[in-house]
Design a protein. Structure first.
Length: 285
């Protein structure tokens, strides 16, 4: 666990402050349907660095990664190429760092235990980020692919994180202080057996028709998003639950004055090029 997720979470906070100040910009991402998936194009820039991330997302991939692509990093003032980064690794790390930032601000019981849905790159990154940034030592993994879940549990154990595999989703969430959903499922991956002081980071779905989190949980939770404009068109977890968007708070609004919500918290992230900008700047520093 060599990567510094805490440092990246602070870089994400900095870029959100920069956007609010008007010194960092990123348009809404372009989504182009391709056979079996989608091509996403995501530019962003501040006074120092400009980036363009191009990735494909193919949920049906088994032998190949679900996410593939690259991030082109440029010197903003001259256009000089600084680096080409692997988008799969960068996406996993920056997404986990965003969730870590949200958990640091919002989770009532940040030390866990943590329940992970999914056993891929995103799930591992979140386990590592939460262990490093919050002190989580107890992780439960739920995955439709038992072999991958066992493999991830073994890898985390090798890093000093006690991890076990659970096949009963209801039992897994019942005792979890924090829950992360990092799957490609289009339907909720657990029943609403979530305790009243839980923090949920809904990470995997990014289309309006897909939801990993049950609508009943969304309806009783305090709701937060990484980017409200993007979430209004992509966050199926909230759209399918018919949320009042005036009651959904963007992360940038609570950076310097975190609230203490009553009841469970659901943080929905659909991703944003500004987070890729933060990660790229850190990688090229």
């Amino acid at each position: 666990m060599l990567f510094d997720y805490l440092r990246l979470s602070e870089a994400v906070a900095d870029v959100l402050r920069a956007r609010k100040a008007g010194t960092a910009v990123a348009p809404e991402r372009l989504a182009v349907p391709v056979p079996g998936g989608v091509l996403l194009c995501m530019p962003a820039a501040d006074a120092d660095v400009a980036i363009v991330k191009n990735i494909t997302v193919h949920p049906g991939n088994r032998e190949l990664p679900v996410i593939q692509g690259e991030v082109l990093v440029l010197h903003a003032a001259t256009g000089r190429k600084l680096a080409v980064l692997d988008a799969r690794e960068l996406t996993a790390r920056r997404t986990a760092a965003v969730s870590l930032l949200a958990a640091r601000l919002l989770a009532p019981c940040p030390a866990g235990p943590l329940c992970l849905f999914g056993a891929g790159v995103q799930a591992r990154a979140h386990a590592e980020a939460f262990a490093q940034g919050l002190g989580v030592t107890d992780v439960v993994i739920v995955s439709r692919t038992h072999k991958r879940a066992e493999g991830l549990a073994g890898e985390l154990a090798g890093e000093g994180i006690a991890a076990r595999v659970e096949t009963d989703a209801a039992a897994a969430v019942r005792d979890a202080a924090m829950i992360v959903t990092a799957t490609t499922s289009r339907e909720p991956v657990f029943p609403d057996a979530v305790r009243g002081d839980a923090f949920v980071a809904a990470v995997g779905s990014f289309t309006p028709g897909a939801a990993e989190v049950p609508a009943s949980l969304v309806s009783r939770a305090a709701l937060f998003v990484d980017d409200r404009a993007s979430a209004r068109v992509e966050a199926g977890d909230f759209l399918r639950a018919g949320v009042d968007w005036d009651a959904v708070t963007p992360l940038e609004d609570i950076l310097d004055a975190p609230p203490k919500p009553a009841g469970p918290v659901v943080f929905k992230t659909v991703g944003h090029a500004l987070f890729d900008l933060a990660a790229a700047k850190l990688a090229c520093a």
